[in-house]
Ligand binder design. Structure first.
Ligand code: OAD
Length: 251
């Protein structure tokens, strides 16, 4: 069901007030108001760039320098922006629930910078680096004067993100599946809901009995499957959803 644009329906406020376990699933739309480009919108990255040349293991094997340049460019974009009211509202929501999990597809680190702690990054984090061969992980970016950088073991280092055709980090997806089945309310914010397995999490939550509300600028394939779809900008709507929980905060 699509609700009237921007209105917070009473059923959503009620679900947020009564929930014990809240999950939030986010996509690129949550960072759009910070100035991070989305993937599939009018100005989306995948409209201008071919993901098969930039975000697959085969692309990295073929041209690691090009792939690295793409990620250095995106890191630059993401490092120069700031969390917006949607990230901040989600971080605040976390403090109001006995059980909470944020499941994000974003690699931009903005949720952590806004203060979110209970989170899983399904698609990794662009600010981390790992070895393409051994288990080594680095939190600091190595010297990028010469691309691609190399690990101590001699293999190329790579961004610690998930590429097309790769499996998601086991621990992250297990935690996300479990939380989706167990939660009693899920908010799905700013995702086109076309990339699996993230897109199936709201369906799992619904089947598990949770109240599921979508917050998005436009309808998605999920809109008719969830309890409520609220159309509008994530920053404004998440702030209003946080306001709707004020009774929780005030006891
Ligand atoms: P998309 O770019 O596919 O979708 C972004 C969604 O956010 C769209 O549904 C927009 O309508 C919505 N949106 C845009 N601005 C918004 C705003 N201000 N407020 C609310 N909604 C807004 O991004 P994702 O769904 O995150 O994967 O894409 C999923 C995955 O596909 C990404 O993690 C990435 C990509 O390929 C990998 O790189 C593995």
């Amino acid at each position: 069901m699509n609700d009237q644009a921007g209105q917070i329906p009473g059923t959503v406020a009620q679900a947020l007030l009564s929930a014990n376990y809240l999950t939030v699933l986010t996509g690129a739309g949550v960072s759009a108001e910070s100035g991070v480009p989305t993937f599939r919108g009018k100005e989306g990255l995948w409209r201008k760039h071919n993901p098969m040349e930039l975000a697959t293991p085969e692309a990295f094997e073929r041209d690691p320098k090009l792939v690295w340049e793409w990620y250095v460019y995106r890191r630059g974009l993401m490092g120069n922006v700031h969390p917006n009211p949607a990230h901040e509202a989600i971080a605040e929501l976390e403090t109001l629930y006995p059980k909470f999990l944020l499941i994000t597809q974003n690699v931009d680190n903005l949720h952590r910078r806004a203060g979110s702690k209970e989170l899983v990054e399904l698609h990794g984090n662009i600010f981390r680096v790992r070895c393409s061969r051994c288990e080594r992980k680095l939190d600091e970016l190595p010297d990028l004067n010469e691309l691609p950088p190399k690990c101590e073991c001699g293999a190329y280092l790579r961004p610690d993100v998930v590429w097309f055709g790769e499996a998601l980090p086991r621990e992250a997806i297990d935690r996300a599946f479990q939380a989706s089945v167990e939660c009693d309310c899920m908010l799905v914010v700013g995702t086109s809901a076309v990339v699996q397995p993230a897109a199936s999490l709201p369906i799992m939550a619904k089947k598990g009995g949770a109240f599921v509300a979508e917050i998005n600028y436009e309808p998605t394939p999920l809109s008719d499957l969830v309890d409520v779809s609220i159309l509008g900008k994530a920053g404004e709507l998440m702030s209003r959803l946080l306001d709707a929980t004020s009774k929780r905060r005030n006891g």
